[in-house]
Design a protein around this ligand. Structure first.
Ligand SMILES: NC(=O)c1ccc[n+]([C@@H]2O[C@H](COP(=O)([O-])OP(=O)(O)OC[C@H]3O[C@@H](n4cnc5c(N)ncnc54)[C@H](O)[C@@H]3O)[C@@H](O)[C@H]2O)c1
Length: 328
């Protein structure tokens, strides 16, 4: 994910990438090491950027305005707070942190940060064209009210990192619910607001690791659900998809279909809407860069909303464990 952010920061006007940090410096010589998303920068020529293997040293020496924090989730709270205290803005990868208490610590650090340093959590789907298209349809009521919406994210078990697989250790990643499925939880939060309650069920493998979670969100109207899975076969690979039933149209997105996005209107023919190219990483980084430059940006995401998404996922996990609805 660091390589993904790096590639897009480099493309921002008026921005210079002056430093890069990874405790394992072979990451800088070996190029892309795998991962579950395409488009990461594969270069090993970093121009004049200084390479560090120590975060504290980089903060002290590199005279930074902002960082992208794309490190394992356990590190998000401490390093975000450290950077904000130094007056350095932080774009921190999702999930914001392992629990809501840590999220609140990060929000409090941003409120007190010197130099007007800002915090953003990189919930890329809020900027991803096929999801921003859906947000506009829902807000404009172009096809009437939403009757039902389902969101899916299915992946093989992650294992691309070097060293021990921190993703499968729930105490480090939060497991499939917090690491993967939170993308869709945050999308439900973005599109329909904070749910009143969640009802979830889950599967666990023989090591007790959650591999599948399915949730029904009470958003006070539409039937809204989401499934997330880390148990797909290598031959299946990855799927991100949604199906939204409006009063007057069905809208379907599936990254594996020939037309990733299709509208099936009540009147007229099925069509594939034209949407802008690019991915959510590109637009989230541009949004944050523009915000740091003091430009007017549309309201898309706040750290408080990212904290709420962590709270919703926590409720989903508790519901799956107890077999009961959890009220938020
Ligand atoms: N938005 C998305 O679509 C998306 C996709 C994948 C991962 N992520 C998130 O990005 C974050 C990172 O995930 P990843 O897949 O890139 O993980 P990764 O394990 O592939 O990479 C993490 C890197 O952090 C380095 N590191 C660990 N501790 C360090 C420290 N103390 N100082 C400096 N470097 C250190 C490791 O050497 C490694 O290179 C996670 O929070 C994950 O949930 C988001």
């Amino acid at each position: 994910m660091g390589r993904m952010h790096y590639g897009y920061w480099k493309k921002q006007k008026g921005v210079e990438v002056v430093a890069l940090c990874d405790k394992n410096t072979t990451q800088f010589t070996e190029g892309v090491q795998g991962g579950n998303v395409a488009g990461a920068d594969n270069s090993t020529d970093y121009g004049s950027a200084v390479i560090y293997d120590d975060f504290t040293k980089m903060l002290a020496e590199a005279n930074l305005d902002a960082i992208s924090l794309t490190l394992p989730t356990t590190l998000h709270v401490a390093l975000t707070v450290q950077a904000l205290k130094a007056g350095v803005s932080v774009l921190c990868e999702k999930p914001m942190a392992l629990d809501a208490k840590s999220c609140r610590t990060m929000i409090a650090a941003a409120a007190k940060a010197p130099n007007g340093a800002k915090l953003m959590i990189a919930h890329c789907l809020r900027f991803w064209p096929c999801y921003t298209y859906l947000k506009k349809l829902i807000d404009s009521k172009k096809y009437g009210k939403v009757l039902a919406a389902s969101f899916n994210r299915f992946s093989v078990m992650p294992g691309w990192g070097k060293g021990p697989n921190w993703f499968t250790d729930e105490s480090k990643s939060g497991g499939v619910a917090l690491d993967l499925h939170i993308h869709d939880t945050d999308m439900v939060n973005f599109l329909f607001g904070m749910p009143k309650s969640v009802t979830s069920s889950a599967n666990y493998n023989s090591d007790g690791v959650m591999t599948y979670i399915s949730t029904l969100y009470d958003v006070g109207g539409a039937v809204v659900s989401s499934d997330g899975c880390w148990a797909m076969t290598q031959t299946f690979g990855f799927e991100a998809s949604y199906m939204v039933t409006f009063e007057n149209a069905i809208v379907v997105m599936d990254v594996n279909r020939e037309d990733a996005l299709s509208v099936f209107p009540a009147k007229g023919k099925k069509f594939a809407p034209r949407i802008k190219g690019g991915d959510g990483y590109e637009y989230e980084i541009k949004w944050f860069a523009d915000k740091l430059k003091g430009l007017d940006v549309e309201s898309v995401t706040t750290p408080e909303q990212s904290c709420d998404s962590v709270r919703i996922v926590d409720a989903e996990k508790r519901s799956a464990k107890s077999g009961r609805k959890v009220v938020l």
